[in-house]
Design a protein around this ligand. Structure first.
Ligand SMILES: [Zn+2]
Length: 209
């Protein structure tokens, strides 16, 4: 299990989940303060011992450029599409040994399509190969769900589980409704209580911090 720390902006807006190592670095460098910690668990570095942070807050407000939030990564793309090929509908668990989930551009790049959330879907490798550089109507392959830019917090939740304490901060900022949505998403992604696929979260979303 990945142990992450929820990073808040100075305004308390939840920004992202960061790996524990990076969270500690920010605290040690004075760039963030610990808002919530797990008192029964400590982390030790060469010079100090501190409770393991669960939520940190940046000491200075940072403006997060939209482009960071919009970046498409396969980790987040597959999570958005619930680890399921958007053409044949097969989930990751039903793929054969040499098959994999891939990123498909609905309108191929070679045909003028862009690499943005509105034009990318999860496709198994055979479907991606079959579609090639054709437009959906040319080959009769249409995504099961219309691709849209997902909510940033959905993605953080989908790839790394939040603790109760961390969830409280999401709720404070975004309200109850989003937590219910997150719980619904969690059920779809982890129907049998285990991770459906790829748990190696890409750390690039931490670049926003
Ligand atoms: Zn497929």
């Amino acid at each position: 299990m990945i142990i992450g720390c929820l990073a808040l902006n100075a305004s308390f807006e939840p920004l992202t989940m960061v790996p524990m190592r990076r969270a500690l670095r920010l605290v040690i460098d004075g760039k963030a303060e610990i808002v919530e910690a797990e008192m029964d668990r400590v982390v030790r570095s060469e010079r100090l011992t501190m409770p393991r942070p669960a939520v940190i807050r940046l000491t200075k407000f940072i403006h997060v450029p939209r482009r960071f939030r919009r970046q498409v990564t396969n980790t987040f793309l597959f999570a958005r599409d619930h680890y399921r090929c958007q053409y044949c509908g097969r989930p990751a668990a039903e793929l054969k040994p040499r098959e994999a989930l891939t990123r498909d551009h609905v309108i191929p790049i070679s045909r003028g399509g862009k690499n943005d959330w509105g034009n990318v879907v999860t496709a198994c490798s055979p479907c991606n190969t079959r579609k090639g550089n054709r437009l959906p109507y040319e080959i009769g392959m249409h995504p099961l769900t219309h691709p849209v830019e997902p909510h940033f917090v959905h993605l953080s939740w989908a790839v790394r589980r939040l603790t109760q304490t961390q969830a409280r901060y999401i709720k404070t900022f975004y309200g109850d409704a989003i937590l219910h949505q997150l719980e619904a998403l969690e059920h779809r992604v982890h129907p049998h209580g285990h991770r459906a696929a790829d748990s190696k979260a890409h750390p690039d979303e931490a670049a926003a911090v």
